[in-house]
Design a protein around this ligand. Structure first.
Ligand SMILES: Nc1ncnc2c1ncn2[C@@H]1O[C@H](COP(=O)(O)OP(=O)(O)OP(=O)(O)O)[C@@H](O)[C@H]1O
Length: 553
């Protein structure tokens, strides 16, 4: 394996004089060959600046170099413009090197070798070429660290516990092998080819993905749709309308290969015998630690008991997997492989974190208005609060200030939530105020700033909230306001900041490790369960706000 190539993925900038980008107006008309040469060079610069390989350089390069060849121009045909061979991992030593580079810890019996490239999957697992093509056309050119490890494990049908930072590509880490496994399962067996269809498992749900929120389930299904194009695999997000089709026994509804769902909707169908899960072979719990928390545990149990296939493989994914969750997972898994990327207690290292002491509630409003006035509030921004009432209150406050803002919480209808998300994604909306309902999994591209207007009630909640920025190799900022009521709660945040090397974002007195006493396990649990009582968010007289709000409604 060319380990230097893995090391330098997106990290280095070649300073050779050839790489100077020329943005000045041409002083003479350039020949077609010169233009092509310049294009190749600018492509190189662009590629080196493209940290996450989000562009289709390989394909473009191939086309470019072919064009140049046709013109017989040997000078430009240097090695740098040729397509490099994909990285392959073939020995334990190479695997060790790659793991060291990626900060991956992988444990378990007989752990498979990671992959060095998506092409590596073709030789090792006969990955569908259409699937590979779908990955490349969607700009997924190289596997991320979690994808390198998790994909081969799942392709070997191993149970899997996977923990990797927010925005590091966990979704594809479970979707790619799921799709490939289902393609293999759908291939007609020899018996079926010979005309014996008894026991055929075609047209049954074989893959099931469980997500804690509807928004996330929908997002996963969207990504699934992109990578399954032209593969003949039918996938569906179990929304109200699909659920009623299943309930009504509409024949088409039974033809799904993969279903993405929240727990309750699925259980409702299973209880009414409207859905047969006995053929499910691949089960994924995304954001597993939240699904394994006490409020979801009963539902998770109910789902597990409906899955009766002896071939069932299970995997759990999250950016935060506590030892308690790992224990629960071991209880339901067979000989799992455990993959941890980076540090378990830390946040994504691309996020610059800061905490600001505001004294009291009024101080928070002053702080946010200060940020808006001083240019520190660079959209797109997400603001998290601890409750629906508080989210609504801040929304009214900022609306009154004339900010381009909307709010999402559990009391808003599905349609309103979807519309707000779509407006935010399109850039029409600059700021989204929300509760923890949107803290997990949601992938907004290019969020600049996360504001924790209220301190999150656990270190896990903090990691997920701020993980809405700094995704896919980009950088981001996260600011957490705290008041005198938060002296305990802020310790969760400080611990994550310390683990992520973000000491500079703390006030001077906190930087000393002994400055804050540790939280006991009991206290942590209590903080998670109880909502801190906070003062009202308001500076604008009610009558004014009502008038303005009415106008906007
Ligand atoms: N191999 C890849 N190459 C380029 N982009 C990728 C790759 N894999 C994933 N991405 C992109 O990275 C972004 C983050 O991926 P994803 O949503 O899967 O993160 P995650 O690890 O599940 O985060 P979270 O913990 O917040 O749920 C997405 O926009 C996705 O399209």
């Amino acid at each position: 394996m060319d380990i230097f190539r893995v090391l330098s993925r997106g990290a280095s900038l070649n300073k050779s004089k050839d790489y100077k980008a020329d943005f000045t107006a041409p002083d003479k008309v350039k020949s077609a060959t010169e233009v092509k040469k310049a294009n190749v060079l600018s492509l190189q610069v662009e590629e080196e600046l493209d940290f996450f390989h989000n562009k289709q350089h390989k394909i473009v390069k191939e086309v470019e170099s072919k064009d140049l060849d046709n013109e017989g121009n040997d000078q430009v045909k240097d090695d740098d413009t040729k397509q490099e061979d994909p990285v392959k991992i073939t020995t334990k030593e190479e695997a060790l090197e790659l793991r060291k580079l990626n900060g991956s810890k992988v444990t378990g019996h007989d752990v498979p070798l990671p992959i060095g490239s998506f092409e590596d999957l073709i030789s090792r697992f006969r990955l569908s070429k259409i699937l590979l093509h779908n990955l490349i056309t969607n700009n997924f050119n190289e596997p991320t660290a979690i994808q390198s490890e998790a994909i081969p494990c799942a392709l070997f049908n191993r149970d899997l516990i996977a923990c990797a930072p927010t925005g590091s590509g966990k979704t594809l880490a479970f979707l790619i092998p799921l799709v490939q496994n289902i393609l293999a399962a759908n291939r007609p067996s020899k018996k079926a080819k010979d005309g014996d269809n008894r026991g055929s498992e075609e047209k049954k749900i074989k893959g099931l993905i469980i997500s804690p929120t509807k928004e996330l389930a929908q997002q996963i299904n969207n990504q699934l749709n992109k990578i399954t194009e032209n593969l003949g695999i039918k996938t569906g997000y179990l929304n109200k309308s699909l659920a009623s089709k299943f309930r009504a026994g509409v024949s088409k509804a039974s033809k799904f290969d993969i279903i993405v769902t929240t727990p309750l909707r699925l259980i409702d169908l299973v209880k009414n015998s409207a859905l047969d899960l006995s053929y499910v072979q691949f089960l994924v719990f995304d954001e597993a630690d939240s699904l394994f928390q006490s409020d979801f545990l009963e539902q998770t149990d109910a789902i597990l008991s409906a899955l009766t296939s002896p071939k069932l493989c299970k995997s759990i994914f999250s950016a935060t997997i506590t030892s308690h969750v790992e224990e629960l997972a071991h209880g339901i898994m067979k000989d799992p492989v455990r993959v941890i990327i980076g540090l378990k207690e830390a946040a994504n290292f691309n996020i610059e974190q800061k905490i600001i002491y505001c004294g009291d509630e009024h101080g928070k409003l002053v702080a946010i208005r200060d940020m808006i006035q001083n240019g520190g509030f660079k959209p797109p921004v997400i603001i998290f609060l601890q409750s629906i009432d508080r989210a609504k209150a801040l929304f009214n406050e900022l609306l009154y200030d004339g900010l381009n803002v909307d709010v999402i919480h559990a009391e808003r209808s599905q349609k309103q939530r979807e519309e707000a998300i779509a407006r935010f994604r399109s850039g029409e909306l600059w700021c989204l105020i929300t509760t923890d309902v949107l803290s997990r999994g949601i992938d907004f591209k290019g969020i600049n700033l996360i504001i924790n207007y209220d301190v999150p009630n656990s270190s896990q909640a903090y990691v997920h909230r701020i993980g809405r920025t700094g995704r896919a190799g980009r950088t981001g900022r996260a600011v957490t306001f705290y008041t005198k009521e938060d002296t305990d709660m802020i310790k969760n945040v400080v611990n994550v900041m310390r683990a992520s090397g973000q000491i500079e974002g703390m006030p001077l007195w906190m930087r000393d490790e002994t400055a804050l006493s540790k939280l006991s396990k009991d206290r942590k649990r209590k903080l998670k369960r109880e909502q801190l009582e906070r003062g009202k968010i308001s500076t604008v007289p009610k009558a004014f706000k009502k008038r303005k709000f009415r106008k906007i409604q």
